[in-house]
Design a protein around this ligand. Structure first.
Ligand SMILES: C[S@@+](CC[C@H](N)C(=O)[O-])C[C@H]1O[C@@H](n2cnc3c(N)ncnc32)[C@H](O)[C@@H]1O
Length: 275
């Protein structure tokens, strides 16, 4: 894994506080993850991002009243969608205070009120007893964690035997080199990413933490359009911001667009089971 050593939960949380403050979450339509398109590319980004959430839920083998953990819950949109659709209870954790406020407010106004709760916590040191959850998911959060092995071991500890973990995350299909490596380093720095695994690194980390891999697929081509949509939304947002924020968000948009076009940019959907 290409590691950005100065990324910490504190720096990630601060970045998401600013991201939320300038309206970038709203610009993405609520979810802070890629969209998934079947064959119809005309589906709008917001719908496509919900589609990705539904794919994650579909791999969790959910049953009503189960307790689920959302590792890196953003502003709570995926947790509320899954709690509402499947009648499960969800605890979401984030390292951003702004996201926590937003998620709690959204939960109050949602049909899933009472089925979802949110707290400020670090996935590498979870404040839950052993076996507290029936399953867990992590959408685009592991990549921010400087010690993914610790996070996977912690999730393993708090999920009951037989429970599932579904991960949706970026991957390097092959290691980026040359100009690609410069692009990747720019992404890590700009987006407070600790590292992006290859599929083999994902497999190895899960195995080390005691997870049994059920399925890993690279759905990169189904999500690739997201980078163009997100960078366009960021450029539109930049037009409404003052100069320093606009410059920053335009630079973030440029990087994202280039990263989305790179052939080594992939995206994994992983289902694992607690042994
Ligand atoms: C790209 S956002 C994804 C949010 C949400 N999963 C979604 O799909 O909308 C990354 C999330 O990971 C969370 N995160 C990053 N590092 C974390 C850590 N060490 N512990 C808990 N959450 C973390 C961030 O706070 C943020 O909510």
């Amino acid at each position: 894994m290409t590691q950005q050593s100065d990324t910490t939960p504190g720096s990630v949380g601060q970045a998401y506080d600013v991201f939320t403050d300038v309206g970038a979450t709203a610009a993405l339509g609520g979810n802070i993850h890629v969209g998934y398109w079947d064959d119809d590319q005309d589906v709008p980004m917001t719908e496509a991002t919900d589609h990705l959430t539904d794919l994650v839920a579909g791999h969790l083998a959910l049953r009503p009243d189960q307790e689920l953990l959302d590792v890196g819950c953003g502003n709570g949109v995926p947790a509320l969608r899954i709690a509402g659709a499947h009648g499960v209870r969800v605890t979401g954790i984030t390292v951003s205070r702004q996201q926590l406020t937003q998620a709690s407010e959204l939960a109050n106004g949602s049909d899933a009120r009472g089925r979802a709760s949110f707290l400020f916590a670090d996935a590498m040191n979870l404040p839950f007893d052993d076996g507290s959850f029936d399953g867990a998911w992590a959408i685009e959060s592991l990549l921010h964690m400087p010690d993914q092995a610790a996070a996977l071991a912690e999730i393993h500890r708090v999920v009951r035997p037989g429970g599932r973990l579904v991960i949706a995350d970026l991957c390097q299909r092959e290691p980026f080199t040359g100009d690609g490596r410069t692009l990747l380093d720019g992404m890590l720095h700009m987006y407070e990413i600790a590292g992006i695994n290859t599929p083999d690194e994902h497999r190895a980390r899960l195995a080390e933490a005691g997870w049994r891999l059920l399925e890993l697929s690279d759905i990169g081509e189904r999500v690739r359009a997201s980078y163009g949509h997100a960078s366009a939304a960021f450029r539109e947002l930049a037009a409404s911001l003052d100069a320093p924020a606009a410059e920053q968000i335009t630079a973030a948009a440029d990087l994202m667009e280039a990263f989305g076009k790179h052939p080594h940019t992939g995206y994994v959907l992983i289902t694992a089971q607690r042994s």
